[in-house]
Design a binder for this molecule. Structure first.
Ligand code: PLP
Length: 435
């Protein structure tokens, strides 16, 4: 039993606290979580839910992990934070060494950023400074429709213009170039006309384009689209041909989520600039990184400014670095590949059956990502309540019901998540918004 003062004040939360993309006019009541352990979120009322979202791609090893906890405890007893200007520390050095050992070896320099969006800002700034240093200033970026790169302004400017409502910020938001996103599915036949629009935009604008930025293989929050590796190979080739930098945003896909450590490995290519975040700290705290080549880094620094112009207050926070290092060490030592392939096999066996539902438009999967696209948008509040009743945490948006569970999920956990989705489809008349 809970004492009154120990209960989470849900009414205060509802009235005064903004949650992601919420309205103060129609505030919803959130589910109060008191602790989390393994794949489970424990609610205040004693129920526990399998987290099908990994807290938005990040809690890959599950919650309350002894090794990650240990790293945080050990580090907090040494120091929580020191400034990174002029000072350095073992957690940052060890983390960056390990990061560089995991990525393609053309990447040699690491900028530690505070969040995914900031790492995208940093990547875009690097590309702009690079061309400025070369005395060929360029100010445009080429990206894809249906993409998502974050909520800060520069990141938003390369995010799908309709999804992120660029119309709201007209006159302030820089206008970049959007090419059609690929239609060839990861598992399907490659249709090379997928590259036509991209190539066309590059041919006509390459003198103004500082870099191409996109999410490799999986477009996440912009539509959960999983595309053919040949598209990515073609993009790399065209960037080389036209002398444009390639920024890959692996903030969602990085660290094993797609069945490869990085999604670019599906296409055997290397980026000029790489953004990672989300799972970097195993979901413990906010941290991201932007990695680049010696050529890009040194060119940036040869320019007028004489340095790369960025340096956040909490850069390389030692607590976050220590936990990130521990998380990467778990990845290096453990079973992520078998785990994500086990999950992928279940999706491959089970998801296609859901195509029989009239309300299902498409199903997709790759690694530990499973997606059901419905024909009509779902009513998030009602479908969420039904999922909670069934002991799972799944948060759909629009027409997308999707899961990206922790790698440590058991096969029973995965079947439980899929059963809950199937149950929602069985009762779809309760969850679909009227046309
Ligand atoms: C989540 C995400 C971001 C933004 O990261 P934040 O940490 O939320 O700022 C950028 N790009 C991609 C692909 C993402 O999935």
């Amino acid at each position: 039993m809970h004492l009154e003062e120990n209960c989470i004040d849900l009414e205060f939360d509802r009235r005064h606290i903004w949650h992601p993309y919420t309205s103060t006019l129609t505030p919803l009541t959130c589910y109060p979580v008191t602790r989390a352990e393994g794949v489970y979120l424990h609610l205040e009322n004693g129920e526990k839910l399998i987290d099908g979202m990994s807290s938005w791609w990040s809690a890959i090893h599950g919650y309350n992990h002894p090794k990650l906890n240990q790293a945080a405890h050990t580090q907090i007893n040494q120091m929580s934070h020191v400034m990174f200007g002029g000072l350095t520390h073992q957690p940052a050095v060890a983390l960056c060494k390990t990061l560089l050992s995991l990525v393609t070896n053309n990447l040699q320099h690491v900028f530690l950023a505070d969040s995914g969006s900031v790492s995208v800002e940093v990547a875009l700034k690097m590309a702009l400074q690079y061309w400025h240093s070369k005395d060929q200033p360029k100010s445009k970026f080429l990206t894809l429709r249906d993409g998502y790169h974050g909520d800060t302004f520069a990141a938003m400017s390369v995010t799908d213009p309709d999804n992120s409502m660029h119309s709201l910020y007209k006159g302030f938001l820089p206008e970049h170039i959007f090419a059609d996103s690929p239609n060839s599915d990861f598992w399907g036949v490659w249709n090379k006309s997928d590259l036509d629009d991209f190539e066309n935009k590059l041919v006509h604008n390459h003198q103004d384009i500082a870099a191409v930025i996109l999410e490799p293989i999986v477009q996440g929050a912009g539509g959960m689209r999983i595309y053919h590796p040949e598209f990515l190979k073609g993009v790399r080739k065209l960037c080389d041909q036209y002398g444009v930098l390639l920024i890959l945003d692996e903030i969602a896909t990085g660290f094993g989520r797609t069945g490869k450590l990085f999604a670019y490995e599906h296409a055997q290519i290397a980026p000029d600039i790489l953004c990672v975040g989300k799972a970097l700290t195993g979901g413990y705290m906010t941290m991201a990184a932007t990695l680049t080549s010696k050529e890009v880094a040194n060119t940036v620094c040869r320019g007028e400014a004489g340095c790369f112009m960025h340096g956040p207050t909490f850069m390389a926070n030692p607590l976050a670095c220590s936990v990130a290092l521990a998380s990467l060490n778990i990845l290096k030592n453990n079973q992520w590949s078998q785990q994500t392939h086990m999950i992928e096999n279940i999706f491959a066996n089970e998801l296609p059956k859901l195509r029989e539902y009239k309300i299902v438009q498409d199903v997709r999967w790759l690694g530990a990502i499973g997606v059901v696209e419905t024909r009509l948008p779902v009513d998030m509040e009602r479908i969420q309540a039904s999922f909670v009743k069934q002991g799972v945490w799944i948060r759909p948006f629009g027409k997308l019901i999707y899961v990206m569970p922790p790698y440590v999920s058991s096969s029973e956990n995965i079947y439980h998540l899929l059963a809950a989705i199937e149950n929602a489809l069985d009762n779809s008349e309760n969850f679909m918004q009227p046309r």
